[in-house]
Design a protein around this ligand. Structure first.
Ligand SMILES: Cc1cc2nc3c(=O)[nH]c(=O)nc-3n(C[C@H](O)[C@H](O)[C@H](O)COP(=O)(O)OP(=O)(O)OC[C@H]3O[C@@H](n4cnc5c(N)ncnc54)[C@H](O)[C@@H]3O)c2cc1C
Length: 344
């Protein structure tokens, strides 16, 4: 029987065979999955949601890949304004933000349009427009592969930082089964990001209705090529390939004078725009980087795969881009997507 490829489980559509694939469709499937994985003597599986933030190796994965496909949202009233919302890990994040907008629940409206599952979102503390998962995360229900038991991890235990967490620094140890947020019945969080304020036609600090903020985020993402269009020319991508790099105050002063957007992240760290730096050193939207690998039609920071692309070629292209930025600017770029499978 032909094996499932990692390519078929990821948005870049790259990657070789996976030895076993287990799809978790309901929470009740979990106990059987653990038994099956223990039967193979593996320490832990590779876990995927929608595969929108991974580069899977051409050699594939010689073990089990778990695909989280569980769905469901449960809301529990805490007080007149706060609602605890528990979401199964495989639930699409975009469906959750649409549900929250319809329920007038604020706190995750700026995450609208981020592809992928709710269970993957804490892994890199997903965020956009000045809002991130850590703003509203209450706790996670996880499976701990080291102790073989279910645990509740409060948000404070998850080491959530700018696009980073305990789960990114210790890959494999925990599988996130459900995510609980505390959302507030109120207007949206104050707008902190100028393009979003412009989209809404309001000043920074305004608190629009949640549904308006959600629609404006989606419209702005569409305009900037930040939505995943599965049928468009840039369908095969994993979003931004580099994080905005941390810079010193001296570098920040120098590069912002040159025109590079620099902002402080939620931890107060100054970060330069990785997209601006790539354009500064000669990569522009549509640029052909290597065989089958191009910058997307709208952004240098998104690399797209085409017919003859390989995961190895994609990873080499990232190396080429970051080397050129570092040799010109002395700023080092770090990849955002996670490598999955066997990389030599
Ligand atoms: C067009 C586009 C735009 C994007 N925009 C943004 C953005 O604005 N902000 C942002 O933060 N990200 C963005 N991303 C990246 C990506 O959408 C997010 O990182 C998203 O949270 C990944 O979800 P996923 O289900 O696809 O995860 P996957 O790609 O399947 O997995 C990502 C990582 O999480 C791990 N993982 C997945 N599920 C679980 C689980 N249940 N338990 C434990 N580990 C798990 C995987 O092993 C892997 O290491 C974008 C991507 C694309 C393609």
């Amino acid at each position: 029987m032909p094996s499932t490829t990692l390519a078929s489980l990821t948005t870049l559509r790259l990657g070789g065979p996976a030895e076993h694939v287990l799809t978790i469709s309901t929470p009740a499937d979990w106990a059987d999955a653990v038994r099956a994985i223990r039967h193979t003597n593996e320490q832990a599986p590779v876990v995927l949601g929608h595969g929108s933030n991974v580069i899977a190796s051409d050699a594939g994965h010689p073990g089990t890949v778990v695909v989280m496909n569980t769905r469901g949202i449960t809301a529990t009233r805490v007080d007149d304004t706060t609602v605890n919302v528990t979401v199964q890990a495989g639930h699409p994040l975009t469906e959750l933000t649409a549900w929250a907008a319809a329920e007038h629940l604020a706190g995750i409206e700026c995450l609208a349009g981020i592809p992928g599952t709710v269970g993957a979102a804490p892994v890199q503390n997903a965020g956009a427009y000045g809002q991130q998962i850590s703003d509203t995360l209450d706790h996670l229900t996880v499976w701990d592969w080291e102790t073989d038991r279910m645990r509740t991890l409060p948000a404070e235990a998850c080491q959530l930082q700018h696009r980073n967490s305990l789960f990114k620094t210790n890959p494999g140890r925990w599988t996130i089964l459900a995510v609980t947020f505390h959302l507030i019945r109120s207007p949206a969080a104050p707008v902190v990001y100028q393009p979003l304020a412009d989209e809404l036609g309001v000043h920074i600090g305004t608190r629009p209705p949640v549904a308006e903020a959600t629609s404006a985020v989606l419209a702005n993402r569409h305009r900037r090529g930040l939505l995943l269009d599965a049928h468009g020319p840039d369908a095969r991508q994993a979003g931004s390939v580099f994080l905005n790099p941390p810079v010193t105050t001296t570098q920040a002063a120098h590069w912002s004078t040159a025109g590079c957007p620099v902002h402080a992240d939620s931890d107060g760290q100054l970060r330069a725009s990785a997209g601006w730096l790539l354009e500064h050193v000669g990569y522009s939207p549509g640029h052909q980087v290597a065989d089958g690998i191009r910058c997307s039609g709208q952004r240098a920071l998104t690399l797209t795969a085409h017919d003859e692309a390989t995961a190895t070629g994609f990873a080499q292209a990232l190396g080429e881009l970051s080397a050129r930025v570092e040799s010109t600017t002395s700023i080092r770029l770090h990849p955002e997507p996670v490598l999955v499978g066997i990389w030599q």
